[in-house]
Design a protein around this ligand. Structure first.
Ligand SMILES: [Zn+2]
Length: 490
């Protein structure tokens, strides 16, 4: 009897001990979270914008889930790679700098290639097929005058107040033109993005990078599988591995093109065969072109899913001015993530569906302002989604075209919406948790993020000041918030 009551006593003791230990752990975690929130609120209240920027730059981050590889390159990167055949796979480029009206007047200026558009870039194999009059409109990229070179590079940059959505959609891609058909440039740009995102403390990049429509320097087509291998080889090089960034690709189709269904089918089959590198499909292209309405792709996807395993989908939806049901219709297509989701705010039943659910909205604050989908951040639905339990993450979209980075997205979110430290952590955790990686890979990245963040907060809370990492702010943050840092010049 005594023995029995002793063992009961010891069980009770173990139970109480474990309970108190658990309570202590929970309490410590809560105390820590509230201490961090308090520290960050105090920091925001007292720090200059420059100090806040430096803190956010040095802060560990998760992933970028909405990134177009060809739109993410800074114009100086384009300039350097286009003019150096030893780094671009041996291609020579020409830039249109003069108009000679070689084919007379009355041509279609609203098609895919307007003869009146300056600073279009072509490769030598195309240049050689032109008439002598047309050739006289172009200069080799290495022979551009300083003024021409600046105008060419600024032609793929939204740097002027009057430039916005039309300039972006109707001239930037048309000017880059055949620079986007060189797989060696694409692979090198992928590496440059990895380096720059790793410098900002990111761990994961899921970028939209196609393998279709690439050309050799002689103008012949390169098979998609060969392009995938060019990406693989670049990612396997030591300097890419040294960035520590995990990278996966999405294949993209242009939603409003006449053959979009075939492009979607091709993407689906290609991603299915290259699952080590490609993890999903995206639908891109301006959504205010009704030819690309979401439900157009329902029957194609249903047909593909009859014979092929699941391919993850993240489609642009709700990046329009008008209220409509694009987000709801896109969810019906089977997507797990929505790109932009701006007009979701106009569709109450879909908002209710998305609260505390498994679908994430990829938020692109700077893109939305630059392309005039909002005219001020007071109109942006991001804080409403974030604070009503709709999963969201911050991303950079075509950041090269407005000279920004992931730090800028956090800076805008903190300045405009007063993010708490816990909200910052949630955004970064979401950007890993909702990536199209395996559960094991995500768990390992989340662990890494948590330990990076723990080391960072311990260091910064004790120091009460920010690091002296050398940084340079881009055009967007300098022109919009007057935070103009260039440590290399000081
Ligand atoms: Zn996008």
């Amino acid at each position: 009897m005594l023995v029995k009551s002793r063992s009961v006593m010891s069980l009770v003791f173990i139970y109480l001990f474990t309970l108190s230990f658990l309570w202590a752990a929970i309490f410590t975690r809560h105390a820590m979270a509230s201490e961090l929130n308090h520290w960050f609120e105090e920091f925001k209240a007292n720090a200059s914008d420059e100090a806040l920027y430096r803190l956010l730059y040095a802060m560990p981050k998760g992933g970028d889930l909405h990134n177009h590889l060809s739109g993410s390159n800074y114009n100086q990167w384009w300039g350097a790679l286009a003019s150096d055949p030893s780094k671009n796979g041996g291609y020579q480029y020409y830039v249109k700098t003069t108009l000679k009206h070689c084919d007379g007047y009355g041509l279609n200026q609203f098609g895919p290639s307007s003869s009146l558009l300056l600073f279009v870039t072509i490769q030598a194999s195309t240049y050689e097929t032109l008439t002598s009059c047309e050739q006289a409109e172009y200069n080799p990229v290495q022979s551009l005058t300083n003024i021409q070179k600046e105008a060419w590079l600024n032609g793929i940059w939204l740097d002027k107040p009057h430039e916005g959505r039309e300039e972006f959609f109707q001239t930037h891609w048309q000017r880059l033109n055949q620079l986007n058909n060189n797989p060696y440039i694409a692979a090198e740009m992928l590496f440059k993005n990895m380096q720059s995102f790793a410098d900002e403390g990111l761990l994961y990049l899921e970028t939209q990078a196609n393998a279709s429509n690439f050309l050799r320097s002689d103008g012949t087509a390169i098979p998609m599988q060969e392009v995938a291998d060019i990406y693989r080889n670049r990612l396997a090089q030591q300097d890419a591995i040294d960035t520590g960034l995990t990278v996966r690709l999405q294949h993209v189709f242009l939603r409003f093109s006449p053959n979009a269904e075939q492009a979607l089918t091709q993407s689906y089959r290609f991603v299915d065969k290259n699952r080590d590198l490609y993890v999903g499909i995206n639908a891109a292209g301006r959504e205010d072109n009704d030819k690309g309405y979401p439900l157009r792709f329902l029957s194609t996807l249903r047909k593909l899913r009859q014979t092929l395993p699941e391919v993850k989908l993240s489609f642009h939806a709700g990046e329009v001015d008008e209220p409509n049901y694009h987000v709801r219709d896109t969810l019906l297509l089977g997507v797990d993530r929505i790109g932009h989701g701006l007009n979701l705010i106009t569709d109450p039943s879909t908002m209710l569906l998305m609260r505390h659910n498994q679908y994430l909205v990829e938020i692109n604050l700077i893109s939305n302002l630059k392309l005039n989908y909002v005219t001020s951040y007071a109109q942006h639905p991001f804080p409403e989604y974030l604070r009503t339990g709709i999963p969201v993450a911050l991303s950079t979209d075509d950041r090269g075209m407005w000279d920004s980075n992931m730090t800028d997205e956090f800076f805008v979110a903190v300045k405009e919406f007063g993010l708490t430290w816990q909200e910052i952590i949630k955004l970064s955790e979401n950007s890993i948790q909702y990536g199209f990686l395996s559960a094991t890979e995500k768990a390992s990245l989340l662990d890494k993020y948590k330990s990076n963040m723990k080391a960072f907060t311990t260091k910064y809370m004790n120091k009460k000041e920010v690091d002296n990492t050398l940084i340079k702010t881009g055009h967007f943050i300098c022109s919009t918030y007057a935070v103009c840092i260039n440590d290399n010049d000081s």
